[in-house]
Design a protein around this ligand. Sequence first.
Ligand code: FES
Length: 253
Amino acid sequence: MQNSRNINLTLKIWRQENHAAAGSLQEYSLEGISTDMSFLEMLDVLNEKLTLEGLDPVAFDHDCREGICGMCGAVVNGQPHGPEKETTLCQLHMRHFKDGDQLVIEPFRARAFRVEKDLVVDRSSLDTIIQAGGYVSVNTGGAPDANAIPIAQKTAEQAMDAAACIGCGACVASCPNASAMLFVSAKVSQLALLPQGHPERQERALNMVKAMDQAGFGNCSNERECEAACPKGISIRNIARLNREFIKAALFA
Ligand code: FES
């Protein structure tokens, strides 16, 4: 493990008062940042400094800071969640940067993600897609025994891998088409692979794709940027599965 160091940074951060205002990159200098800090802790230090100077702190989203909730996210030097593979912004540590580095920090940009303030974007369009079918309808009652419905191990693992999606929107931000196909495909796959998801699979695929299109997301053109940017390593094989689910549903619904 590397020893802790202190580094100096130049930050260029997108500042935008609200969705109607024009934004621009503003430059800030930070000195003595410990490489033990997380990226968000580094932004906390900047915000304390700005507050003490009587300036408006930088707005950014976060919640768990453990890579679980999907709330954090910004584009760092052109890469959603920064330079580390399969790492959320909150789990990115400053030891991956060098003394004197310049970091350009921007919000996730997409037609369906309105910039609300600085680095905060409205990602409720992803919630709208889930509401269109990303669930199973179940009757209330006691939980069935875990082994009551046998599922092949490989299938269970594929479903679990798809269920790892935290809905952060990095796939959208990285895609030149601002497509949400990786997100939708993960949510469709985690249910389509398991017997509990089968009764509603046709309407789920049709309704979620329709909601995705209505929200203004683009189409997939196999750039694979989404897969590279995903902090949970979601595979684009899920997009192939979504396409199969959608075509079968469109033909037989
Ligand atoms: S704050 Fe929850 S995943 Fe980053």
